[in-house]
Design a protein around this ligand. Structure first.
Ligand code: KG4
Ligand code: ZN
Length: 341
């Protein structure tokens, strides 16, 4: 393989996916191996941290071997190892990080710690080979809802964040309340397609007029109250309508705040990131709104929206060319802030 190219081995284990990938020059995915634990956690209605850590330990070596094999590269050909070191479940993060540090120590390759959200945002560079900052990013996952102004590679300004539940968390909790199980996002997405979004009106929470923050716990409570009230009155609940009406309320606020922020900063590019970015209603509504405003919209393919290691390899590449290197004393930081090292 020619050597004017940079190969990064990306490793991700912050939640319930054990993942490894090989990425060439930050943009080209040579392999993207994901071992999901979703079936296991479904039994408990959500991610059980202790089980997640144990499963990561069982899977991590196989996943890394598979990523190298599928990319048809050897460890010697890898230029650097990028690994998620926060935020996330500390026990889960530690598995990927310990593995990355062991590999870096044994091979002498540079180690680069990556912020999980930076990874999610970077998935857009893989999707569109010439997509570049500056742009407005809406990051919506199981643990985060952030509006981020990306002024340059690795340069982030958080304009808004959730004050309570993350968007994905709201999806998961509402799904549980209407008996759809875990993970709720994809299930609500599918059910909503068969429901009427106008059958029930749930509140759109915009907070203060100039705020880019989000709040989803009031909406979640409104859905739970509706469900309980219907049950008490002996009325039937149409889960598809509840799903569609809830989703419409979430999507309207996400789209409206993102467009407002992009316009205010004079940006003509918007990017979506995180597990909820694979939601079909959010994708469709954001597409419509961006088209109306003449804004280019980047959305990663669903497989790059939910947790994966290709996005970590991509983010690590930009850190690598900026000269970032971490020592073997790098620790997992479950509360790591975006843009902080
Ligand atoms: O980014 P991700 O894989 O993990 C975190 O970093 O949190 O996001 C997982 C979240 C879960 O809450 C899941 O329900 C949600 O993303 N999600 C969706 C969809 N697919 C996954 N939410 C709405 N619609 C979807 N299609
Ligand atoms: Zn994630």
């Amino acid at each position: 393989m020619e050597k004017n190219e940079i190969l990064i081995l990306g490793i991700e284990s912050s939640c319930d996916e054990t993942a490894a990938a090989v990425v060439r020059n930050g943009r080209e995915v040579l392999s993207n191996v994901i071992s999901s634990q979703i079936d296991l956690h479904t039994l408990y209605g959500g991610v059980v941290p202790e089980i997640a850590s144990r499963k990561h330990v069982e899977q991590i070596d196989y996943v890394i071997d598979a990523a190298l094999q599928q990319a048809n590269v050897t460890m010697e050909e890898i230029d650097a190892i990028g690994v998620t070191y926060g935020p996330g479940l500390v026990g889960a993060l530690l598995v990927g990080l310990a593995e990355a540090k062991a590999l870096a120590f044994a091979t002498g390759k540079p180690l680069i710690g990556v912020h999980h959200i930076e990874g999610h945002i970077s998935a857009n560079y893989i999707e569109h080979k010439d997509f570049a900052p500056p742009y407005m990013a809406l990051v919506v996952s199981g643990g985060h809802s952030h509006l981020v102004y990306v002024s340059d590679y690795g340069k982030y300004e958080i304009l808004g964040r959730t004050r309570d539940d993350a968007a994905g968390e709201a999806y998961d909790k509402v799904a549980r309340a209407i008996g759809m199980g875990y993970p709720g996002g994809p299930k609500i997405d599918a059910a909503a397609k068969k429901g009427d979004p106008n059958a029930i009106h749930f509140p759109r929470v915009y907070l203060e007029e100039d705020s880019y923050d989000f709040s989803f716990s009031g909406l979640k409570s409104a859905v739970l109250n509706y469900v309980n009230k219907q049950k008490m009155m002996g009325e039937t609940i149409i889960p598809e309508d509840v799903a569609a009406a809830f989703q419409a309320a979430v999507v309207e606020v996400l789209v409206s705040k993102t467009i407002k922020a992009a316009k205010e900063r004079g940006l003509k590019k918007v990017a979506l990131a995180g597990g909820v970015a694979s939601n079909s209603a959010l994708r469709a509504e954001m597409e419509k709104a961006c088209e109306k405003e003449g804004i280019f919209l980047s959305i990663p393919s669903p497989i790059l929206c939910t947790d994966n290691a290709a996005m970590i390899g991509c983010a690590a590449y930009y850190e690598y060319i900026a000269g970032v290197r971490d020592g073997l004393d790098l620790n997992a930081n479950p509360n790591l802030k975006l843009g902080e090292r």
